[in-house]
Design a protein around this ligand. Structure first.
Ligand SMILES: [Zn+2]
Ligand SMILES: [Zn+2]
Length: 234
């Protein structure tokens, strides 16, 4: 998966529009850096910098944006109810507004907190790769329906306790190719790091961002789409 180019791949600074160099470090912006394979590989070993503040910073900004959006929406709804006369400008009206605000915020707060809860990390070895064929009915614009077939890709991963579990990669064929049988992989466990890291990165010229899933060459130090560090052996 390739996303847009928003961050400097050398220093991780956010890029400004209209420049062909990073404004912080003068690194040239490589628009199609991922299309060209490089001789640089990712080495052998786990990426150790998962506590890098950039991973968390991205999350916090996302949470703040969600809260701000909900607050504006809520203010708009309550404002409308007063304006339209459904709520009167008296004690009763204000208490209705307070109850509405509480009912509105409660599920959102629970959702945001549960999202940030720590998931457990695990490691394992890929023992098999499965491609499950599926079909679905699709309706075209002229009202006819037809059957489309597609594949769901899965890794079978044996954990340290000897138990094998399936891990879905969805419909991403490129991601499915990236992982090989006998690869050791690590899931970093935090709710905000969704990717699976390979222990041995010597045979790859690129990797997928742990945070956003963007594909980055190992010649990069930071993800072009989200500015998080590119995972390499230390
Ligand atoms: Zn830079
Ligand atoms: Zn990223």
């Amino acid at each position: 998966m390739e996303f847009g180019h928003f961050f400097c791949t050398h220093c991780g600074a956010r890029l400004k529009n209209g420049y062909n160099k990073c404004q912080s470090c003068s690194w040239p912006i490589d628009e199609d850096g991922d299309a060209v394979p490089t001789a640089v590989n990712g080495g052998v070993g786990w990426f150790e910098d998962v506590k890098n503040r950039r991973f968390a910073k991205y999350d916090n900004q996302h949470v703040m944006a969600s809260i701000l959006f909900l607050f504006i929406l809520l203010a708009g709804i309550i404002g409308y109810l007063f304006y339209s006369g459904n709520f009167e400008m008296n004690a009763t009206g204000f208490s209705y507004a307070a109850v509405l605000a509480a009912l509105f915020c409660l599920p959102e707060t629970i959702f945001l907190l549960s999202k940030n809860r720590r998931k457990r990390e695990w490691e394992g070895k890929i023992v098999d790769k499965l491609s499950v064929e599926k079909t679905r009915r699709i309706k075209s614009d002229d009202g006819h329906s037809y059957t489309e077939s597609y594949s769901i890709y899965q890794l079978v991963v044996e954990r340290a306790n000897g138990k094998a579990r399936k891990y879905s990669l969805g419909r991403d064929a490129a991601l499915f190719d990236y992982y090989r049988v006998n690869d050791y992989i690590r899931y970093h466990g935090k709710a905000h790091l969704k990717g699976l890291e390979k222990y041995d990165k010597r045979f790859d010229s690129f990797t997928y961002c742990l945070k956003c899933g963007n594909r980055n060459n190992f010649s990069r130090d930071y993800c072009s789409a989200c500015g998080c560090p590119v995972i390499k052996a230390e």
